[in-house]
Design a protein around this ligand. Structure first.
Ligand code: SF4
Length: 471
């Protein structure tokens, strides 16, 4: 059997790491050293991609069918529910598909981000990050992320900056080994920013908008640079392509499903189970998922097509770099064409993508020029954290993609171990809203009263969940 080799981009976050997927009966990951974002290196998630890309089948009400029949059924249900259908895509597919999706969505498009609640003039700052070379050249870097767990390939850039003399400050619930200074989120007033500082935060569907505003405001007041990483491969593409389109927030979508004004939800390459509670999804008449990888949510219609690495199209990474996928597949576009009632032409969508980015060709070695307008002063009041115990989810590619990971423990500090008299090698009992579980624990330099988790346990209520703890 001859190998099929695809030059592609990891979907685990929008750092934009290049790699090869080799197919020969099974799929394997190979390093692509020429990739400008990662020079061939991959994190644990990138190395686990074969597990993500398990084949998925088209289904209608639990019965297997062809993708065309599933798309026709989806078209029927969407047209029967005109005015009560919402369209959700976090941006984990090609820019060409996202443009077609926008045309299908008409008036109810949700990209998962809550732009409605954020200052409009900060849209561009939130959408496109700065080139990674600027991270390596920074004098003072302030991290509002856990780089090791969340965006691992940034660690190389941070270490390179440090080697050149940069000071690294971490504002996090746990000490970061590469930081010169560790500040707890509750002690943010101790943070000293200057115009030489570069703030690195992240922005995703579960971001607390007050916290995002607070970080934007801190950077603005100090004249510091700021860049936001994002969890889906083409989040930047999704935001750039829909900047002139009215976007609904996740909170609005959940409210509309609860009210019954939205009865059908169509998700493109996005698993709603990650963000919409099960009981809310259960209120929908139709959940339609178009995807190239398995989803945890139970859909009434699944339109299955090729996985991302087999698609033809363009992704935009966090720096704004346009990257071509090495596949030839357009069956995702074909399915959207059936739903729209008119075939989508890849070439004309591709031209529109290039026009939106102001480029004449997709070249991963050149970052297009982006407007980076300054945003105005922002009033922000970050909520002080309760002094009571809280379980904090550190969202990582494994969590966003619902992929099993070995992080089946919580990190707590020695004070909590002593106060609860936890036994070495034993468990900690965690209770929240009537649910309780026992988890193994690890001792780490974590903030008092914080339990850090790199995996969801099913009792969470957002990123920070108040809990009761005992032995
Ligand atoms: S998850 Fe992010 S950092 Fe890891 S390999 Fe994929 S793109 Fe790179």
């Amino acid at each position: 059997m001859t190998d099929n080799v695809y030059s592609t981009i990891c979907p685990g976050c929008n750092f934009g790491c290049g790699l090869y997927i080799r197919e020969n009966g099974k799929s394997e990951v190979d390093f692509r050293k020429s990739s400008p974002a990662n020079a061939g290196k991959l994190c644990r998630f990138g190395m686990s991609l074969s597990r993500l890309y398990v084949p998925v089948k088209s289904m209608v009400d639990g019965k297997e069918t062809s993708p065309e029949e599933a798309a026709k059924e989806a078209a029927k249900r969407i047209s029967a529910g005109k005015g009560s259908t919402a369209f959700l895509s976090f941006g984990n597919t090609t820019s060409e598909e996202l443009l077609a999706f926008q045309k299908v969505a008409e008036s109810y498009l949700c990209t998962g981000a809550n732009f409605e609640a954020l200052p409009k003039d900060a849209y561009q700052t939130l959408s496109v990050g700065i080139p990674y070379s600027e991270i390596e050249a920074a004098k003072h870097i302030v991290l509002f992320i856990d780089p090791y767990e969340q965006y691992p390939l940034i660690v190389r850039r941070l270490l390179s900056a440090r080697k050149k003399g940069a000071k690294i400050t971490s504002v996090w619930w746990k000490d970061m080994p590469l930081a010169d200074e560790n500040i707890r989120p509750a002690d943010i007033s101790k943070l000293q920013l200057t115009k030489d500082s570069l703030v690195i935060a992240d922005f995703h569907p579960l971001s607390d908008v007050e916290q995002v505003k607070n970080i934007l405001s801190l950077a603005k007041n100090a004249g510091a640079k700021i860049t936001f990483l994002k969890p889906f491969a083409n989040s930047t593409g999704a935001y750039q392509l829909s900047k002139d389109v009215k976007q609904k927030s996740m909170a609005q979508l959940v409210e509309d499903i609860n009210k019954g004004t939205i009865k059908t939800l169509f998700c493109l390459e996005s698993d709603p189970a990650e963000l919409i509670p099960k009981d809310v999804l259960g209120k929908l008449t139709n959940l339609i998922i178009q995807t190239g990888q398995a989803s945890a949510a139970k859909a009434s219609v699944v339109i299955a097509h090729e996985p991302l690495y087999k698609k033809k199209g363009t992704l935009i990474n966090n720096e704004g770099r346009a990257q071509a996928l090495g596949g030839a597949g357009t069956s995702g576009l074909d399915a959207l064409g059936i739903i729209a009632g008119a075939k989508f032409d890849f070439n004309s969508l591709h031209e529109s993508v290039k026009k939106a980015l102001g480029i004449s060709a997709v070249d991963e070695f050149t970052i297009p020029k982006y407007d980076r307008p300054a945003y105005g002063a922002i009033q922000a009041q970050a909520k002080p954290m309760d002094a009571k115990p809280a379980l904090i989810d550190v969202y990582s590619p494994f969590m966003w993609f619902n992929l099993a990971d070995d992080n089946d423990f919580v990190e707590v500090n020695l004070n909590m171990v002593r106060a609860l008299k936890l036994l070495k090698g034993g468990y900690i009992k965690i209770k929240s809203n009537g649910s309780s579980l026992e988890k193994r624990f690890r001792v780490a330099a974590v903030q008092d009263n914080v339990l850090l988790a790199g995996r969801k346990f099913g009792i969470e209520k957002g990123t920070i969940t108040p809990v009761e703890v005992s032995r």
